[in-house]
Design a protein. Sequence first.
Length: 582
Amino acid sequence: MSSRATTTRILSLRPLRPPASPRKTPKPRLFTQNSPLLLIARRSNAPRPQLPYLTQPAFARTNGPSQQLARLLSTETRTYVKEQTFLAVKWTVIPCTLLALAAIVYFGISVELEEHENPTPEEWTLITRHNVRGARHFADPRLLETAGFIDWAKVGDRLRLALKRLEDPAIDGKGLTEPAGEGEEIVIEGVGRAGFDISTKSWPWRAGYFEVVMGCAAAAERLDSMVMDKTSGSVFHREFVVGPSNPDPRPQPAYFKNVSTLEENVVPASPPPETYYMRILTGKGFTTKQKMEAARAYANWLNFKNLPESAEEMYRWSLDIAKSALPLGVNPEDIIDSNTAVLKQNNSDPQITPNVLRASTDLAIHYASNGNVAAALPIFLSVLRARRTAPVSPFPPPPSSTSSDSTDGVLSTIYAIFSKTTFPSPPPSGDNPLIRISDKPTCEESALMLYIGEILFASNPSRESLGWTKQAVTIADTNLAQPTPTAEVDEKEEKRQCMECLATGVVNWNTMLDRLASTGKIDAGKSGWFSWRGGSKVDSQAEVEEEKVQIEALRDKIAMQRIHHQAATVIGPNAPNAGWSR
């Protein structure tokens, strides 16, 4: 009875509930609640609700990303990915933009500095000026030291593009007319079209046009034996062409890829040089010097092609151009003999111009090169006499200019960037009578004496012929240290001529000295009248050794001068135009 009551009491204190199951099923957590339980609670077996737009595909992926990688771009990491992507794009675009702007600034500064050194006419369009600057770059002699060659195909291509734009009335050739007036162009058989009349153009335009035409001619000379593949545009030697005109072609090199060497697929790499020389010789508006230079270059090309008679005709054409520009009232027959080209000395009022002297000298050099020394020597002597007897100017010579590139290079560069580019003024025409600036011998006289010494030594090796050469070397050496500008050339050109005369004279001096010693006319082992100057054995040997020491000293001097006076480019208004000639 008591035990039953006790049991009833215990049951009344504990509520009734169903028996415990083997696995307890917890209450699912709500997905919308953001409580710390989600972060710090122990892992629970309660399932999280699966929303349709957040569920990931549960199928297995063989070639794509796994299910775990696909869950990386979730709601919590989206902002982080956006920020990192923005930073990556930002720090990629900013350096690339700075590099692009720096390249543009560097290109602009380079062009501006090049324009100050070798300017192009402001009237030309940007593309034409860019083509000319590109041709100057590819023709830089310093490429011989770095690349080992000059790509004349690129030089000719750039210059021909510039020439096409200059002769196009719709671009840069506004105002060009034919020499005979309005109408169709004049075509010369076997050569091409005649030149234009550029008289209405300004001096910078005419000087730039002359530079481009002469550059095209120079490139055509170098590309004379080259052909171009019409399919690929490659330029190569004609000896690789396979066709009837070349029955035994050379094997193709390994670097000939996608190049057709069949004769039907190739064309000449450039028009012939006379196509461009005749543009100047038959055109109007060019100066006498420019026409003479074109005739001289064309004659040099004809000599190179082993056509001496045609070259002589061009030299005489150059002489006729110089005589046609004599002052009014001067009869050319009173100054120069038309048949022999020897200058006359019986005129009381000499009116000889530098152009006439230069044309006569070129013809004499041609005669001497082809063995006609009997016709060359009188011309050389008459030209030398004319230069030495020319009247001296009563005005003092201009002071020599000094360069300060090494002292203020940075300041001069900054000044050049912000200063206006000025095109060089026209050089002396050479049509006025010759007047010496000073009575000091010039390098033109030194060159004439070298030619005279060579001719005399070739005909009769003697002490007198060697004396001509030694005197020419002395004049060139003196003027190289203290150049004397003339009415024809400036100080820089005079120094270049003196250096060439000195180098040639030293070689001739050494060769003549060895030749005389080998023939016994300067024999250090003989005495009496068999030795030079009739001295003793010791005296003649000492003289020969002394001259050898002088020759070695001059060779060292020439080497140093060539290092300091190398030309930067072979074209341009500030570069010698003779650099284009072969």
